[in-house]
Design a protein around this ligand. Structure first.
Ligand code: ARG
Length: 566
């Protein structure tokens, strides 16, 4: 039941205001003691030519009480509503248990397609921790939009084209070894790439050689194309292994190369609009009126670049999916690039490009470590994941509760700890990597939330055989129960806020607070303790059931899996 709507209707029945107006005025008081909803009477004062406190008092008398509204109180110019706690708990707990995993669902997205592009690692450059950040945010956003009823398509815009392939091919011919690469593709390809930069510093002619190879690749030369295909083929399974570990999947792996034959059209379209100008032999879209650098479309040697491929990709996505939103989850250092290409598309008159959104995120900092791809001292994503799982495995080993599936439990908790860390704060904030806070079972962490879930499940296991399907909730009314159920009820707001701002942290904060309320509830409202009244116990068990269902549903939106014991 929509309680806000219910109260809106009541107010509409006793005032001249329309429902939309009332709904926008209704507030949730900062302090629970002031009720569940507060209606400010100041707007009414003008129409009714009365003082707000008097209006509040009159309305309170008129409204009285019913099954849903226990009472109203006039305080100053506010009319405060107190819900009937037993019926509120019964209604919300019932609905949440019935919805299960679908709790928080909505049909607001029906008929609309949202593209979420994320992860997008590069072949020939390392899959680094920034790509993990993108993967965590993008995967969560995809799940959030799905929950809201959107048709979601997950895209991995692989970095499988560009001048770095010229460098890689050049380096491979000189120092590469197929056998070595096959054993550990990503690392060996990176080694060869790093070697190129070391050697090119001594011998700048290598850069020209590399450019030559990329040109041959763009021209479709069979030999270098086969090599390019080979690098792509050995890298993809490596990426997929990581995605499997994270429980992430994509609908499309169309990367930059996919658009390499779709760029002539873009160049022609931009040219036809008169947008292209010459600059040092390159063809660019001048954006000086915005005080930003021009968007380069074709380089002086005729080679296309990153931006052109992105414009071609956006056009292709529009034609293929007719998207409502086309979201790019990419690090904030690329915000200028996206501003440029969005602006070019706008100037090309592509109205649909308004659905393109750049969703940036901050840097990941490892205290005491500098990172540079060219020097090869990057922090590898897979190493970080493995370390998280190993560290968790050590903790799990000491935990007597976990007897079976220790590997599975360690994986879920280790991966969950990392995902939680990336989704904990507003995404543009930088992250300082700390194992201690990440694996702190008592602080705000993934394991803390998973533990809350496991506690609930263990209570329910002990209650096996007890029928708590239809209890008398008036017996379970308490401040802690009420706060918890209010939290449960506000899930859909968190999901909507998260989609609104493309910020999964709303859901993260939600589930953390939910678990906190849940812990308070079961610590102060005895459930399986001997001597607990049998009927009260049933009502509390039903609340525990609802809480665990919702913790799981919320963690699921973050891509975090749950475990039954820990
Ligand atoms: N591959 C790029 C990188 O690692 C990210 C791709 C972002 N997406 C895009 N459509 N440009 O930096």
């Amino acid at each position: 039941m929509d309680f806000k709507k219910y109260i809106t209707n009541i107010i509409a029945g006793v005032t001249e205001l329309d429902e939309e107006n009332i709904s926008s005025l209704l507030e949730v008081p900062p302090d629970e003691k002031m009720g569940d909803y507060a209606f400010p009477c100041f707007t009414l004062a003008k129409v009714m030519r009365k003082a707000p406190p008097l209006i509040a008092k009159e309305l309170s008398e008129k409204i009285g009480s019913d099954d849903v509204v226990d009472r109203t109180e006039a305080v100053g110019g506010y009319l405060n509503f107190f819900l009937n706690r037993a019926s509120f708990i019964a209604s919300v707990v019932g609905a949440a248990r019935e919805a299960g995993e679908a709790w928080g669902a909505s049909d607001m997205g029906n008929g609309k397609t949202v593209l979420v592009e994320y992860s997008s690692p590069n072949i020939a450059k390392p899959f680094h921790i920034g790509h993990l950040f993108s993967t965590a945010v993008g995967n969560s956003l995809a799940r959030i939009y799905k929950r809201l009823g959107y048709n979601v398509v997950s895209l991995n815009h692989l970095g499988d084209w560009g001048t770095q392939f010229g460098k890689l091919i050049c380096a491979y011919y000189r120092w590469g070894d197929k056998e070595v690469i096959e054993k550990d593709p990503i690392n060996e390809i990176l080694k060869v790439y790093v070697k190129f930069h070391e050697e090119a510093e001594k011998d700048p002619a290598l850069e020209d050689e590399a450019r030559g190879y990329f040109k041959r690749l763009e021209e479709g030369d069979a030999e270098v194309t086969a090599l390019w295909q080979y690098f792509r083929d050995v890298s993809l399974p490596e990426f997929k292994r990581i995605y499997d570990m994270l429980g992430v999947s994509f609908d499309s792996y169309n990367g930059e190369a996919f658009y390499s034959d779709k760029m002539d059209e873009v160049v022609e379209m931009l040219d036809a609009k008169g947008l292209l100008t010459e600059s040092d032999g390159a063809r660019v879209v001048d954006l000086s009126d915005l005080n930003i650098p021009p968007c380069i479309i074709l380089k002086s040697d005729g080679a296309t670049i990153y931006a052109t491929r992105d414009i071609a990709a956006a056009l292709y996505r529009h034609r293929t999916y007719n998207f409502y939103k086309n979201i790019y989850v990419v690090g904030t250092p690329q915000s200028l690039h996206f501003r440029q290409i969005f602006e070019v598309m706008k100037r090309a008159g592509w109205e649909w490009s308004e659905g393109c959104e750049f969703v940036g995120f901050g840097l990941v900092k490892f205290p005491g470590k500098a990172m540079s791809t060219r020097r090869g001292d990057v922090v590898f994503l897979e190493d970080v994941l493995n370390e998280a799982v190993e560290k968790t495995r050590a903790i799990v080993e000491e935990n007597d509760n976990v007897r079976d599936n220790k590997d599975e439990v360690a994986r879920k908790i280790g991966v969950g700890a990392i995902l939680y860390t990336f989704l904990k704060n507003s995404r543009e904030k930088d992250i300082i990597f700390s194992w201690d806070s990440m694996l702190d079972f008592e602080g705000e962490s993934g394991p803390y939330c998973q533990y809350g879930y496991a506690r609930g499940r263990s209570i329910l296991r002990r209650a096996e055989g007890i029928d708590y399907s239809d209890p008398d909730f008036s017996l379970a009314v308490s401040d802690e129960a009420y706060s918890l159920v209010k939290q449960i009820n506000s899930f859909s707001d968190a999901v909507k806020d998260a989609a609104d701002k493309n910020e999964p942290f709303y859901v993260n904060r939600y589930v953390t607070n939910l678990v906190k309320s849940f812990n308070k509830f079961y610590n102060s409202n005895p459930i399986m303790k001997e001597g607990t009244d049998a009927e009260t116990q049933k009502a509390r068990l039903a609340i525990v059931d609802a809480a665990t269902v919702v913790i799981r549903a919320a963690l699921g939106l973050l891509g975090i899996e749950t475990v039954e014991t820990m």
